[in-house]
Design a protein around this ligand. Sequence first.
Ligand code: HEM
Length: 287
Amino acid sequence: MNVLQWAIDPRGHSVPIHIAWDLIQVAFVSAVAFLIVHAAYIRFFAGEKQWSGTTAPDVVAAIPERVPRHTLVARAFHWLMAASMLTLLFTAFLPKVGVEFDWVTLHWIAGTVLAASVVFHIIHASFWLDFWAIWPDQTDILDAIRRLRRFFGQAVPAPRRFAKYPLENKGFHGAVIAAGLSVIATGVFMMFRVRTIFFTRNPYLFTDVTWGWMYVLHGLAGVGLIALVIIHVYFGVRPEKRPITKSMIFGWMSRDFVLKEHDPARWTVTAAAVRRPREEEALRDAS
Ligand code: HEM
């Protein structure tokens, strides 16, 4: 199977024009195969999760019944990014699998919404949220090795409970960053090839071969996102992950779930600690 489609330019050179559209089916089938294997593993083989470490009763007592997890702004932008991402996937790939419609305008509009919300998300996460919460730390790596060794039957201590985000979620976020920034960066340039409200159309901005590779990167990252989105939605609806999904709707997690899967020593969730720094300052000034 050819991964790319090629054409001959006016000078007789072979240039890539875009990915082979069969990759759409490859991404779809691979993601569905992954989730079938995962669901079968959880159903028939995986035991009860085991953790090491306990939480002192006074720390437990200080944790609120509802632990704030995502601010309203963070949730709103998550769902805006999700809606634009789904629109992009459907407008890009439905025409390629035979559902014909005028997709380009809808596509670049959704692309602009995604690009703008990602820029906002980066600024918001860097200055208002805990930027480092989403990147793997040393404990994550050590625990991943422990989990793997226990999977192979070795007698090593159980992993610690997670910080705010499990390692798997951090890994997923990293993959979405790579694919998302690739489609956004290439997509912004590709807007010069079509008529938009932003700039005058200029298909001669790059050489044919540069445009070709740009379309290839856009397409490869795009089909990667088919698989990533399917897997993300699958985990979002799995019963044991629903408290995480609910927190992206309502903003909080129950204390029981937090204590079961999260370590308050790694994710400080006491009522005092969750107060926003500015509130703290206001309280201090007032007293
Ligand atoms: C989930 C994210 C995205 C996916 C899956 C996706 C997928 C695609 C695909 C498969 C094509 C056809 C490319 C080809 O013919 O080789 C395309 C074209 C295009 N994309 Fe995207 N894209 C995404 C995000 C974006 C973003 C963020 C922008 C803008 C910021 C954008 C702008 C465009 C434009 C302008 C075209 C039309 C190019 C043309 O017809 O010449 N895309 N996209």
